[in-house]
Design a protein. Structure first.
Length: 242
């Protein structure tokens, strides 16, 4: 017989004017290898079909299941109930994003806005011929670019960020990581001056207070602070030229 755990979950539907935020508690028996994703699905199947939360892949790939677990943002599908010594686990939605219902938040529109803000596409004046193989780049540069491309846009770095609490328009480590990715990619012809125009302000690279919440919590272990520090050094030179 596994231990009995209680999931204390914040419930609220902002679309319903009569609803008020509250915690509901659900008890269930822990089974070996039980993730929070499995626990939430069991609750929805057996106890409360109205509980809202998001998931797609169950494998840490789609980035849909971010939530705040005992005060720290995490992916529900990659977090084991066994990680917690306490028998009561408190789960809340990621407050950095618009609440849809209960644990479900709208990261998609936020990520879309961030992508537009950093112009997240290759900028080049070269003619592109899609019938030809893409222009080759050095393997070590390709590796470095692909490393940053592993971001799954889960929003956990944003939910863990102290600057984002103070500055609603801060683009977060995910946005700065995206800039670093295009800066490394030789297909993109943008200069440091171009990047300065995009993110050279307190809602961008100069807003980060290096609190490390992003890198400490990123489920893909991206080198976020190293890249932010590199970008800041590069763009501060632009600032001093102005
Ligand atoms: S940088 Fe990490 S924490 Fe942030 S959105 Fe990408 S995968 Fe998630
Ligand atoms: S369900 Fe896809 S990352 Fe968790």
């Amino acid at each position: 017989m596994g231990r009995e755990v209680t999931l204390k979950i914040l419930r609220y539907n902002p679309q319903d004017p009569s609803d008020k935020p509250r915690f509901d508690e659900y008890k269930l028996e822990e089974t070996p290898g039980m993730s929070l994703f499995i626990a939430l699905n069991l609750i929805r199947e057996n106890q409360d079909a109205t509980l809202a939360f998001d998931f797609v892949c169950r494998a840490g790939i789609c980035g849909s299941c971010g939530m705040v677990v005992n005060g720290k943002p995490a992916l529900a599908c990659r977090t084991l109930v066994n990680n917690f010594e306490e028998d009561v686990i408190t789960i809340m939605p990621m407050a950095a994003f618009k609440l849809i219902k209960d644990l479900s938040v709208d990261t998609g529109n936020w990520m879309n806005g961030m992508s537009k803000r950093v112009e997240s596409w290759v900028h080049t004046n070269k003619e592109t011929d899609i019938s030809k193989i893409e222009e080759k780049i050095e393997p070590d540069v390709a590796d470095e670019t692909f490393e940053l491309d592993r971001c799954i846009e889960c929003g956990i770095c944003v939910a863990a960020c102290g600057t984002k609490i103070m500055r609603d328009d801060f683009i977060g480590a995910v946005g700065l990581n995206r800039v670093a990715r295009f800066d490394i990619d030789p297909h993109d012809e943008r200069t440091a001056e171009d990047y300065y125009e995009l993110v050279g302000d307190d809602d961008g690279i100069f807003g980060c207070m290096t609190l490390l919440g992003c890198e400490d919590n990123c489920p893909k272990h991206l080198p976020l602070q190293t890249k932010i520090a590199y970008l800041r050094r590069k763009l501060v030179e632009q600032k001093s030229d102005k």
